[in-house]
Design a protein around this ligand. Sequence first.
Ligand code: 3HC
Length: 309
Amino acid sequence: MAFVTHRLSRGFSSSAVRHVVIKNITIIGGGQMGAGIAQVAAATGHTVTLVDQHENILKKSVAGIEGGLKRVVKKMFADKPEAGTAFIQNVMKNVSISTDAASAVQSTDLVLEAIVENLKVKQSLFGGLDKVAPSHAIFASNTSSLPIADIASATGRLDRFGGLHFFNPVPVMKLVEVIATSSTSQETFDSLLNFSKALGKTPVSCKDTPGFIVNRLLVPYMMEAIRLTERGHGSREDIDTAMKLGAGYPMGPFELLDYVGLDTAKFIMDGWSAVDPGNPLFAPSEMLNKLVAEGKYGKKTGEGFYKYK
Ligand code: 3HC
């Protein structure tokens, strides 16, 4: 653990504070997001322990990280394949895996959670780890829709708790949303901000509000695309083409929904609708509900709005 001292910078009164320099991190959840964050953190010189309940998931995570690094190396070391292999080997030395979260966090600076979007499960995880993690360690959630303050409430470290929201695919998307609750200390916020920069990302500061910035704008946009087809005002193919060629988006809304996961989109919408049922932006979609009920979650299940091999 290391500390640096600097001036307060988030509208607080001016005095010197220290923030934790995050070097050793524990990522809980070996799915696409967890593995993507692990890849980026390891490649930028952080020591990463990736934790999941199941060994077979962790094996897939490691294979995914190696696959992602190979893509990086292809560009970085196009003419020097041996240097590329050495780079991958060195990065992978920074990654360890574990099915035992309690022992993984023993000497960690940051516990970052990217598990299932279920408040009780996240509270139970953090509540347990709060008892065993070092007192300086910061806890953060990569939740896309749950209030950070609700997750933090299961712990006794409200001042050392924040949100770090990454985007899929993590190695490619340059943004990190850094979320402060009303209890997050300036020291913690600055540590998370600096950690995001150390990953090579651009952080933006967010309040603990539904969807933060990106999802609050992106999810209603994608839902309106579904409603457009439900009203018969455009086919999914035409809408995707229109947004790619007319607005310069890399993916159309239906392609992106399939990429993000229809289950995830529905989960986000249902959560927002529950707290603000009258808001037309959060109105449910029959088409989305039907696809999810049929298990068609998008790319990951082989079918969503489109079919995949
Ligand atoms: N590791 C390293 N590099 C990777 C990678 C990985 N895992 N995956 C892709 N890349 C690199 C490729 O090597 C390639 O690099 P190059 O252009 O320098 O050769 C580049 O990324 C593009 O990849 P591809 O050529 O395979 O594919 P595309 O050009 O079709 O781009 C895409 C794919 C990057 C996914 C692009 O379509 C895109 O940006 N889509 C939008 C994604 C988006 O909006 N994400 C946010 C979703 S919202 C979210 O995540 C929030 C959550 O809470 C819901």
